[in-house]
Design a protein around this ligand. Structure first.
Ligand SMILES: [Zn+2]
Ligand SMILES: [Zn+2]
Length: 240
């Protein structure tokens, strides 16, 4: 029998076989094959206790946190942003693989429980209406909604992106923050005196998380915790 026919027959008879979400190899349970599972880097003790990024050893305030104003009380991520997780997040975000939200939310949920995170409401980094129409969904909103269901904490759509921000690579950090700040609007009534959990997919420069935390605090939020699936370490590529 030709390989092609064999594969076709295989598909027809065992159509519910699973494949690894990272490499596509056949698996029998879970989300990844053992090889890919081994490559996944969970963030552990060696991280910054303020921004949650991977550091060479446990640090209270890493270089990245010292350099700028800090508005969130704490940020935490499940994974260090590198393959295969980074590929999965890209697929989740840009290739309509929304089913990956189930896996990511399970991990976010476990982190919330393990760290005993304390909050009254969940919110998420919004997308501009036009962008969301183009993409069809906001990945951060999907994560927030799923997490809300698992934790029994309500999710509120209290931040709006009112201005489209183009890539800002040519601007200085301060200009970028100013630009970002005026592109969001926070509903004051909802967050007043609340402990807020702000959900997003990745913490990269942290500029968005900082800006939104500042606005949430200005609107009266008592505490802001940022929770993302992964964060980009400044120590990437160096010996850890
Ligand atoms: Zn694999
Ligand atoms: Zn830090």
């Amino acid at each position: 029998m030709s390989n092609f026919l064999k594969k076709l027959l295989d598909r027809a008879l065992f159509y519910d076989r699973w494949t690894c979400n990272a490499c596509g190899d056949e698996i029998f349970s879970g989300y990844f094959c053992s090889r890919c599972q081994e490559k996944i880097k969970y963030i552990g003790e060696n991280s910054c206790s303020h921004c949650g990024r991977v550091t060479p050893y446990p640090i209270n305030f890493c270089d990245s946190c010292i350099e700028k104003n800090v508005f969130f009380d704490r940020a935490l991520s499940v994974f260090d942003y590198q393959p295969p997780i980074s590929d999965l997040i890209q697929n989740f975000k840009y290739k309509n693989k929304r089913y990956l939200a189930t896996y990511f939310t399970e991990e976010l949920y476990l982190l919330c429980k393990a760290k005993n995170l304390d909050f009254d409401i969940i919110t998420f980094v919004p997308m501009h209406e036009e962008r969301q129409k183009e993409r069809g969904y906001n990945q951060a909103e999907i994560l927030a909604n799923k997490l809300s269901l698992k934790l029994g904490v309500s999710v509120c759509n209290c931040i709006k992106k009112i201005k489209l921000t183009e890539r800002q690579a040519t601007l200085s950090l301060n200009e970028r923050l100013k630009n970002l700040s005026s592109s969001f609007k926070v509903d004051k009534g909802v967050v007043k005196d609340k402990k807020v959990l702000l959900v997003d997919d990745v913490l990269t420069t942290g500029a968005t998380a900082e800006t939104l935390s500042k606005l949430l605090k200005k609107a009266g939020a008592k505490k802001v915790t940022v929770l993302t699936v992964a964060s980009v370490s400044r120590y990437k590529g160096e010996e850890i």
